[in-house]
Design a protein around this ligand. Sequence first.
Ligand SMILES: Nc1ncnc2c1ncn2[C@@H]1O[C@H](COP(=O)(O)OP(=O)(O)OP(=O)(O)O)[C@@H](O)[C@H]1O
Length: 301
Amino acid sequence: MRHEPDMPLVEVNSIGKCYGKRQVLDGICMRVERGAATALIGRNGSGKSTLLSILAGLIQPTSGQVIYEDPKVTIGYAPEIFPGLKFTPEQYLQSIGRISGLEPLELKRRIGELMERFHLAAYRSHPMPSFSKGMLQKVNLMQSLLMQPKLLLLDEPLSGLDQPAQQQLMELLLERKREGAAIVFTVHEEQMAQALADKIHMLQGGRTVNQITGKEPWQLQRSAYIVCSGLTKGQQLSLASRPGFLSWKEVTEEFGPEHTGFTVKRSVSDDFLREVLGSGGSILSVEPGDGQGYTKGETAP
Ligand SMILES: Nc1ncnc2c1ncn2[C@@H]1O[C@H](COP(=O)(O)OP(=O)(O)OP(=O)(O)O)[C@@H](O)[C@H]1O
């Protein structure tokens, strides 16, 4: 089969999904690139898991197309809910590997490696119904990684994992990405989205509301732009040293002399506003984002 040189691993063309009369996905387009991670974010019920299941080929879209560059691409899928099956993790992974046609020695090696990476080696022969949520999630992730898939689809991968396990998973996923795998994952934790994702795909009510590429736009998405006046240079400097400060600029042309536009993390914007007022400054406007004129490399006064 011949492919366009810049063809992505998977191309999603305007897909829709209906359950009965209910449309849960509508006109979704996305490109899944090799060596890159896409975070699907959105509220509960926005369609993230449905989109992942469609990418995994487990359910069919009602309209549109999902085009895989290689229809035989290996896919690893970790669903949101993983059942506590009556096997031990070793038995379970053995049977998955055998069904997938992995050579026995190689299968044994991979299972051993994953058990070590996920710190589950001591429990490899324990029955899964006795496992905690976190341990089950580790088995879920291990089965998705077993075949070293080119496309890794993870539904809330951090769910149930403690902090060290989350950190280890992140390292492993960054490794997989460096090795060229494409990752699509759903996430509620902003930290993971920032650390792993090259692209953020935001869903709302089954529709794409935003697609952000790179780390900086993601940060700006969660920022507030505050235009204020009446501050001395010293007060501006003090504001610029506060946690959550991102950038500043003089905005005399737009707003008049001695007006300054501060971009800060949205999580600290209330504190920042209080500080401006407490310093005797005036607030002219507050809006989401960066005030449009943001340029890379702008620094504190
Ligand atoms: N098999 C199904 N039959 C009918 N409706 C379904 C089915 N699966 C999902 N839905 C509905 O589709 C909508 C999208 O569900 P989906 O699980 O994809 O959302 P989500 O963004 O992953 O939510 P969450 O974060 O809660 O997992 C929801 O309203 C859900 O109730």
